[in-house]
Structures are given as structure tokens and as C-alpha cells.
Design a protein around this ligand. Structure first.
Ligand SMILES: NC(=O)c1ccc[n+]([C@@H]2O[C@H](COP(=O)([O-])OP(=O)(O)OC[C@H]3O[C@@H](n4cnc5c(N)ncnc54)[C@H](OP(=O)(O)O)[C@@H]3O)[C@@H](O)[C@H]2O)c1
Length: 202
């Protein structure tokens, strides 16, 4: 498949690009700092651009069968990517989200509520932006999946990924960036969580 990745120069994003190429996908990596992606591959195009450059975003999205966004708390960028996907007629959108975004299927316990409150207090802008981005994704006509994570680490991939909703005793708080990348990539060809917001952890 042809996959366009936003956030490709990040710690998780670089793992995602590599995994996608290893799986035989054709990847466009959109980056404001292309030099941070130390990769060359016949199936990799690095598209240089800022997140407010609608034309560059459209050009990066146009050839894609699916888009994965792992930029973080930048809701304006998410809206621009959605608009570009609408224009280009690209439907599949897999988006990194966080535990600050609630879902009706969650049953948050006290510990979980305290964590989200801590995030809200310590990083109010990020808290608000990630929720605003999720609202835009949910309101879109795209085939979206919001993949919610709480805390990332740099441990090796385990392949043991728990998927569910918060507060049901299944999903924990921490996941490796390598496993997160693998889950995001799997969603491109998996419709299980279409228009859904699963939480994942190790
Ligand atoms: N760290 C955590 O514990 C945690 C928890 C929950 C969710 N997340 C989310 O998980 C994803 C991966 O996390 P990570 O720690 O691996 O990410 P990271 O290393 O911080 O990388 C973030 C990526 O987003 C890009 N980016 C951020 N702000 C941007 C802006 N204003 N304009 C253009 N590009 C921008 C960065 O580009 P540059 O390389 O050019 O800076 C980079 O490619 C992110 O979406 C993050 O928000 C992380």
C-alpha cells in the first residue's frame, strides 16, 4: 500500500517508517526537518513541508491509500490533513491520540482520572489540543481510527499489545514506541477499529 506518514521524524515515527518499508509499503514521510530521518530506500519519499502548508500536505496525501498521523498535539495540523484527505479522496486515517481523549466505552477509575487530571494541569495546551484534534477526526467523513496511548517508552518490540478501552482491566498505561508503531501500521489494513478509539498498551 501507499502510506503517507506525518510525524515521521519522531522517535516513534522513525520506527513506523522503517516497519512500513520492511513490510513492503511505499511510504511518503512528511517532515519539517527531513534531515532527522536518516533513511534512504527505493520505496521512501521524504516530503519536506510545514504543517500549515496546505498545498504541500495535499501533494503528500494525494497518492496515498492511507495516512498515519503521529505529530501530537497540533489540532490545526490534523484539520489541515483531514481537509487534504477530503480533497484527495483518501479515506483511511490512523491517528495517534492519548488517554486525555475520552471514549464512551471507557470506565475510568480513580487512578486513571488522576493521571488525566495531572496531564491537564501540567500540559494544558497539549491536553486541549489533543482533544480538539480528536473532535475533528470524529466529525470527519474519513475511515478513521484514533489510537490512544498514555505513556511511551523505548523498550524493544514485544508483539504483546493489549487493545481495549480504559478502565476495563485490560489496557495498561505504558507501551513501547516499537509496539505502538506496529499497531498503527496494522490498522492500515485492519477494519476492526474503524471509526473507533481503542486504547493500547503492553
Ligand atoms: N511521549 C509520550 O509519552 C506520549 C504519550 C502520549 C502520546 N504521545 C504521542 O505519540 C506520538 C509519538 O510520540 P514520540 O514521543 O515518539 O514523538 P516525538 O519524538 O516527540 O516526535 C513528534 C513528531 O511530531 C513532529 N512535530 C511535533 N510538533 C510539530 C509541529 N508543530 N510541526 C511539525 N512537526 C511537528 C516532530 O517533528 P520534528 O522531528 O521536526 O520535531 C516529530 O516528527 C506523538 O504524536 C505524541 O504526541 C506521546
Amino acid at each position: 500500500m501507499r502510506i503517507t506518514i506525518f510525524g515521521a521524524t519522531g522517535r516513534m515515527g522513525q520506527l513506523l517508517v522503517r516497519q512500513a518499508l520492511d513490510a513492503g509499503h511505499v511510504v511518503t514521510a512528511y517532515a519539517r526537518t527531513p534531515g532527522k530521518l536518516p533513511l534512504t530506500h527505493a520505496n521512501l519519499t521524504i516530503a519536506a513541508g510545514q504543517l500549515d502548508d496546505d498545498q504541500s500536505i495535499l501533494e503528500a496525501v494525494r497518492p496515498a491509500d492511507a495516512v498515519i498521523e503521529g505529530v501530537g498535539s497540533e489540532s490545526a495540523a490534523t484539520r489541515r490533513i483531514i481537509a487534504a484527505m477530503d480533497t484527495a479522496g483518501v479515506k483511511r486515517f490512523v491517528v495517534v491520540s492519548t488517554c486525555s481523549v475520552p471514549d464512551p466505552a471507557d470506565r475510568p477509575d480513580l487512578k486513571f482520572k488522576a493521571l488525566v487530571q495531572l496531564v491537564r494541569t501540567a500540559a494544558p495546551r497539549a491536553w486541549a489540543e489533543v482533544r480538539s484534534a480528536a473532535e475533528a477526526v470524529r466529525a470527519s467523513d474519513l475511515d478513521w481510527t484514533l489510537v490512544r496511548v498514555a505513556k511511551l517508552n523505548d523498550k524493544p518490540a514485544t508483539g504483546a499489545i493489549k487493545v481495549g478501552h480504559y478502565g476495563h482491566g485490560v489496557v495498561d498505561l505504558s507501551i513501547s514506541r516499537a509496539d505502538m508503531a506496529a499497531f498503527l501500521l496494522s490498522q492500515v489494513t485492519d477494519e476492526t477499529y474503524l471509526r473507533n478509539a481503542p486504547a493500547i498498551s503492553n
